[in-house]
Design a protein around this ligand. Structure first.
Ligand code: THG
Length: 292
């Protein structure tokens, strides 16, 4: 059983600590044009109002970090990503999770970022390890490592554990502290494979036991194509927190999900005297009263 590790990320003014001893850290997923046509269209038009609004709303709903993705097909991603990051930083001070598959966009983003960013992501492919990890080291960032490699996404928890091992080992070789490596076991959609949820949960358990690292996941992926997604997402996220998930990439504006996270933290003994649960309850009661 490995000791639980602590990952620090920061902005110029705020520090966020991710660990299994503290509350679950929500990474807000919504600033992402993939699968969100309104964001895609707005970014194409150079309109960042929706980005600013998504940033404010997600932080108000409990996001401690914001994922920022500017993957617009055909766009100049290094420039666009920086514009999106600037728009976000105009309205909030939370640390950012830089979500890009483009090494040039990543480097430009890291160069201009003030604080310790979270890089989303590296994976076990040689090309990814060789381009992303040196940037993570150079800029002193933390990184999310996806459990996939040159052979694709493994179909068993044991094989995903082996990819996590490889990413951690390669990071360590470059002098990156294992505490700065967060592993993503990969939540695939259960609409395509009904075992996808179980595989992600079991992989989480194995990786936590072996390495004690923090765990992230695009937790809403799990329910793509299913009706009533919010119930699936809420249940899955609570189960994943028990398994060891510490920093889900999800949408805190979905009340079922935000409430499930608070309840899971309470059940895990990470909410002293239930203060956060009670405070959130009072906030909801106030909002309901205001609407009446
Ligand atoms: N792992 C890591 N990073 C990731 C993912 C992951 N980044 C991207 C993605 N997966 C996580 N982000 C999202 C963003 C949005 C949605 C799901 C995951 C989503 N969007 C709604 C939909 O498609 O139906 C649209 C919501 C709307 O339009 O309001 O579900 O796995 N490391």
């Amino acid at each position: 059983m490995a000791a639980n590790l602590k990952t620090i990320v920061s902005s110029a003014t705020q520090t966020v600590e991710i660990s299994r001893d503290g509350p679950t850290v929500i990474i807000g997923e919504r600033i992402n044009p993939t699968g969100r046509k309104v964001v895609l269209q707005a970014l194409r038009e150079g309109n960042f109002d929706i980005v600013r609004q998504d940033a404010k709303e997600q932080v108000a709903a409990g996001a401690a970090i914001l994922d920022v993705n500017a993957g617009v097909p055909g766009a100049d991603e290094p420039a666009l990503l920086q514009q999106v990051m600037r728009a976000v930083m105009e309205v909030t001070d939370v640390p950012l999770c830089i979500d890009t598959a483009n090494p040039k966009a990543l480097e430009a983003a890291l160069k201009s970022y003030r604080g310790k960013a979270l890089v989303n992501s590296v994976n076990g492919e040689e090309r990814s390890l060789n381009t992303v990890l040196p940037l993570v080291e150079e800029y002193g960032a933390a990184v999310i490592g996806l459990c996939m490699d040159d052979n694709g996404i493994p179909d068993t928890p044991e094989k995903r554990l082996a990819v996590a091992d490889k990413i951690i080992e390669r990071a360590a070789r470059l002098g990156i502290d294992v505490a700065n490596v967060i592993i993503d076991p990969l939540a695939l959609t259960m609409g395509a494979d009904s075992k996808a949820g179980w595989i992600a949960l079991r992989t989480t358990e194995l990786i936590v036991r072996e390495f004690g690292v923090n765990i992230s996941m695009g937790a809403s992926n799990i329910s793509f194509g299913m009706p009533d997604r919010r119930y699936i997402n809420a249940t899955f996220i609570a189960m994943a927190i028990h398994a060891g998930l510490t920093c889900p990439i999800t949408n805190p504006l979905v009340p079922e999900v935000a409430i499930a996270i608070l309840a899971a933290d309470l059940c895990m003994g990470r909410d002293d005297y239930g203060m956060r649960w009670i405070q959130a309850y009072r906030q909801r009661a106030k909002e309901t009263a205001a609407q009446a």
